[in-house]
Design a protein around this ligand. Structure first.
Ligand code: HMG
Ligand code: MG
Length: 308
């Protein structure tokens, strides 16, 4: 198995970095063949055992919208205390009720920076999405549950094209100000480039958002995800979403491909001498095992290099 030859720090970057693993949710939600719940359970357990500090397990969305995650209740119940500590996506009060009933301690709402994607992903207008999320965040917080907010289409939208930075900041702040503890900026279709990342993070900071409350969520469609992480690190963001093996996409976003692979991110961070706490060998073994279940190899360059 190849090993990293040398670690060389970048003086403009400081760690430690938190990796927020989204494979079981963002990774699997796009798979058309149903993955058995036992495989999902083992996946979450293996990712946690590999040292990933946060593993987003599933979504309490409408099962007709995302059939792959229709087993959300069963998965969380099978995982027990581990499952209750994993964040889950909830779009509305019905989703929150389902999560609260199981005792989930972390939920995530997911808004859109564009009108078209709000309609396609949530069946709501941009304004209506806030009315849907407001009682979710209020009730979650009253129950002592932590809320993460995602904003999608931050760097470009397949239907609307360019998305203005001011528009992303305005939607993101509104979502965060509902009472979230973190705002994840999503490059849902993987079109971001490094300069754009730095400018967007700076714009949030100028609007009063602490850089430490931001996370970045890259998809790797154009192969720019790691360069974007570097730009994010230089701009002071220390939480990065990634998906084991580079699985993923969004069933409601035309041209969304895989997320940044967690293995690629771990290799990159290790090379910079940044702490992340993840056992790369265990992670590669997990993605190779999952690829066997899905019937195709992982698209991650690091998984391919290390499992060859
Ligand atoms: P809707 O059809 O407008 O729902 O869908 P509704 O509020 O009109 O309710 C219709 C029926 O659905 C009702 O049942 C509700 O009870 C039921 P009826 O009274 O007719 O029997 N219902 C539910 N059942 C179970 N769980 C629920 C739920 N909600 C309503 N939560 C809705 C609106 C938001 C539900 C729908 O649009 C939806 O589920 N969307 C989710 C789409 C999704 O999961 N997309 C992928 C995740 S986002 C993403 O991947 C991007 C991200 O990774 C970041 C990035 O990359 O940028 C996060
Ligand atoms: Mg995503």
């Amino acid at each position: 198995m190849p090993e990293l030859p040398m670690q060389v720090a970048d003086q403009e970057i400081r760690g430690p970095v938190t990796i927020y693993e989204v494979g079981p949710r963002d990774g699997l939600q796009n798979e058309s063949a149903l993955v058995p719940v036992e495989v999902k359970e083992e996946l979450v357990r293996r990712l946690l055992a590999a040292g990933l500090p946060i593993v987003e397990a599933t979504s309490f969305v409408h099962p007709r919208w995302v059939p792959q995650l229709a087993d959300a209740e069963e998965l969380v119940a099978r995982l027990g205390d581990l499952g209750r500590a994993c964040p889950v996506l909830v779009p509305n009060e019905r989703g929150l009720d389902r999560a609260l009933e199981l005792g989930c301690r972390h939920v995530a709402i997911f808004g859109s920076a564009t009108e078209t994607f709000a309609q396609k992903n949530l069946n709501r207008s941009m304004d209506e999405q806030f009315a849907m999320f407001e009682p979710v965040v209020r009730r979650a917080r009253d129950a002592g549950v932590d809320v993460r907010a995602y904003v999608s289409m931050c760097f470009g939208d397949p239907w609307e094209g360019a998305v203005l930075i001011d528009q992303v900041v305005s939607v993101g702040r509104r979502l965060f100000d509902l009472g979230a503890s973190q705002l994840s900026l999503g490059d849902t279709i993987g079109v971001a480039t490094a300069g754009h990342v730095g400018s967007l993070v700076d714009a949030f900071a100028e609007a009063g958002m602490p850089r430490g409350d931001l996370a970045l969520h890259f998809h790797d469609t154009y192969g720019q995800a790691l360069s974007n992480v570097q730009a994010g690190l230089r701009a002071g963001v220390t939480t990065y979403d990634a998906s084991a093996g580079g699985l993923g996409g969004c069933p409601y976003a035309k041209s969304a491909t895989g997320n940044l692979a967690t293995e690629d991110l771990v290799w990159f961070l290790t090379g910079l001498g940044l702490e992340h706490g993840v056992d790369l060998t265990a992670l590669v073994e997990t993605s190779t095992w999952l690829a066997g279940h899905l019937g195709r190899p992982s698209p991650s360059a690091v998984v391919r290099a290390m499992s060859g």
